[in-house]
Design a protein around this ligand. Structure first.
Ligand SMILES: Nc1ncnc2c1ncn2[C@@H]1O[C@H](COP(=O)(O)OP(=O)(O)O)[C@@H](O)[C@H]1O
Ligand SMILES: [Mg+2]
Length: 398
């Protein structure tokens, strides 16, 4: 915890000019004396913290709370209005799609632009150029303008640049939500490698589990201000509690949040081929979780996920339809999503099932139903007396 400070964010404030509506009559235009009038919108408000060597530092907060703006200032892509960012190490940045790359320039030109923003000399870039292109896996497209790239190609190139500037400090904004599973895996492996090297990572993600698991410290932004900082476990719990409090708690104990264009209305548990919904089953049963949904409009490329959590708070599993490549072009009207688990290897206890429907990037939440179903698992086969799941061990005594 006592590593050297590698980045200091010092009373950083960033505001944007938001134009008021344009004059739509000559009279208004004259009244405004031809000037464009604007309001100042403060996206990051007097934020200060230090990041130390060898730590994974998380930034959490709701959409629009200023995380990306803060990270862009830290990466030198945006200039703050007040305050400063002091960087003491070579930095790489994987920011949200659109930041750092210029759409009209080619991939190759963007490599030069981006790497030089990140502090590499032209000569060094030339030496690394082939590595970067090879790492990106898109050599055939490197002389095309990046505006023609798919989001996957874009992220690959951005990642290749960020990794190859040999950064001591890496800034990552939600990039894991984009790209395929094997690419995400590769990124995560790189992060672990980085951290083990004693390098520093600054991470924005919606995935509260990776904040808890990966981060050493974190800050929580709310309307551009820091509302909490410190231990990621405590911070995530406070944040989650806060988010839940803002949403409607329902009579059956479930809690709903999300924008609501599609909603899971109920979840039923069916056991061993029966069509009668129940609230309990046994270890080893064949079960079906049947999710009923209703949508008020057509949802493009929705991803449906469930989570099963023990009463003690262990997240046992959280599969989703995107991981298995099952993403329809659209989902609309009312219907059913069935999740079949041929052999339920949960051990006796009480479990909560949560559901969610998100967009393809899993960034926008249409619906999240916390405790959509609470069910009990009774002793079955195999029978074990400890833990949450059975791994069906085979014993051999010699
Ligand atoms: N270039 C910009 N011009 C005007 N407003 C912006 C700009 N970039 C971000 N904002 C606004 O600043 C706020 C914070 O945005 P952002 O930093 O992207 O938040 P987050 O990453 O936490 O979702 C939002 O209200 C957003 O609309
Ligand atoms: Mg953002």
């Amino acid at each position: 915890m006592s590593g050297n400070v590698v980045m200091q964010v010092d009373h950083l404030t960033k505001s944007f000019r938001v134009h008021q509506q344009k004059a739509n009559s000559l009279k208004q235009f004259i009244a405004a004396r031809g000037r464009n009038r604007y309001d100042e919108f403060i996206a990051v408000d007097d934020v200060s913290f230090d990041v130390r060597e060898g730590e994974v530092f998380g930034v959490i907060g709701q959409n629009g709370s200023g995380k990306s703006t803060l990270l862009k200032c830290m990466a030198g892509i945006l200039q703050p209005n007040k305050g400063a960012v002091h960087v003491h190490r070579r930095m790489g940045a994987l920011l949200e799609l659109g930041a750092g790359f210029h759409p009209e320039l080619t991939g190759a030109e963007n490599v030069y632009l981006n790497a030089s923003i990140l502090g590499m000399s032209r000569k060094d870039i030339a030496l690394r150029f082939d590595d970067i292109v090879e790492f990106s896996g898109i050599p055939a497209f490197i002389d095309q303008p990046v505006k023609t790239y798919s989001s996957g190609m874009y992220v690959r190139l951005a990642f290749a640049v960020a990794i190859n500037v040999d950064p001591q400090l890496l800034i990552v904004d939600e990039i894991l939500a984009v790209g395929d599973v094997s690419f995400q895996q590769r990124c995560l492996e790189k992060f672990v490698e980085f951290r083990n090297d004693g390098r520093t990572i600054i991470l924005v993600t919606h995935d509260m589990n990776s904040v808890k698991n990966m981060c050493d410290r974190a800050v929580w932004l709310e309307h551009g201000k820091i509302t909490g900082s410190g231990d990621p476990g405590e911070l995530v719990d406070a944040y989650t509690e806060h988010m839940l409090g803002q949403n409607n708690r329902r009579h059956d104990g479930s809690i709903r949040r999300g924008s609501g264009e599609i909603q899971v209305t109920k979840v039923e548990l069916l056991v061993n081929g029966s069509s009668e919904p129940v609230k309990r089953c046994r270890t080893g049963d064949s079960v079906v979780f049947r999710l009923h949904y209703e949508s008020s409009k057509s949802i493009p490329q929705p991803v449906v996920a469930i989570e099963i959590e023990s009463l003690a708070g262990a997240l046992v599993t959280s599969p989703n339809t995107r991981d298995v490549g099952m993403v329809p072009q659209n989902m609309s009207g009312n219907g059913i999503v069935e999740v079949t688990i041929p052999r339920l290897d949960l051990l006796p206890g009480t479990f909560d099932l949560h559901t969610s429907v998100t967009d393809f990037n899993r960034a926008h939440n249409y619906d999240h139903l916390q405790t959509a179903l609470r069910f009990d698992v009774m002793a079955g086969k195999p029978y074990e007396t400890g833990g949450v799941v059975t791994l069906r061990p085979e014993w051999n005594l010699q």
